[in-house]
Design a protein around this ligand. Structure first.
Ligand code: FNR
Length: 183
């Protein structure tokens, strides 16, 4: 049966470059990898009051994460860190205490921005968070995509040979990383 990958995109923008990057990765992956874009745009802002009775959207998120064999975080950088929408989703799925849905699931962090530092600082912050949440995260290659000139189309096709080869290298390492943890 296919290996199930939960994709979390850290942007809610309709035309998100990071969602395009996620689709590009999907297209470069082998047939036995099944990707699911996890919905985070309807989550309430986390409150510890939820722990007594978790809201339905929050429970759905936890189930989506728990059903996955691996995680792929594709995020922009907001003000040199992780966008609030993504941090909120992570907080929601990590709770109630003792029920961290991410625990032990292998993952990777990639991202794209229009700035020349290309999400490096946001990704480093996110790696810190994931280390605490017991997500073993692929170390190399790092993927900082400087988005310009419609580099990746809406359907995930890549306009540059260099970028396609580079991303294929990431996908090959990512696939091997996820397989190492597969039961
Ligand atoms: C940005 N952007 C940005 N870019 C960057 O490289 N470093 C940063 O710290 C920030 N900070 C930031 C804050 C906020 C609030 C916004 C709205 C944007 C620009 C960002 O890279 C650009 O908007 C991307 O297009 C966002 O990714 P998506 O939505 O296209 O996936």
């Amino acid at each position: 049966s296919p290996l199930k990958i939960a994709i979390l995109v850290g942007s809610l923008r309709m035309d998100s470059f990071n969602r395009r990057l996620a689709r590009a990765v999907e297209r470069l992956a082998p047939d036995d990898f099944a990707f699911k874009h996890i919905q985070i745009n309807d989550l309430p802002l986390y409150s510890q009051d939820f722990d007594a009775a978790y809201p339905p959207a929050a429970t759905r998120l936890k189930k989506d994460i728990e059903a996955a064999d691996g995680l792929l975080f594709v995020t922009p950088e907001y003000n040199r860190s992780v966008p609030g929408v993504l941090k909120n989703a992570i907080d929601v799925a990590s709770r109630p205490w003792g029920t961290n849905s991410f625990a032990g699931k292998p993952g990777a962090v990639i991202g794209s921005s229009i700035g020349s530092t290309g999400t490096a600082l946001a990704q480093q912050h996110l790696r810190n968070i994931l280390a605490y949440l017991d997500v073993p995260t692929l170390a190399q290659p790092e993927v900082f995509i400087h988005f310009k000139d419609d580099l990746i189309a809406d359907d995930g096709s890549i306009g540059s040979d260099g970028t396609r080869k580079f991303l294929q290298g990431f996908v090959d390492n990512y696939v091997a990383w996820i397989r190492r943890f597969a039961r």
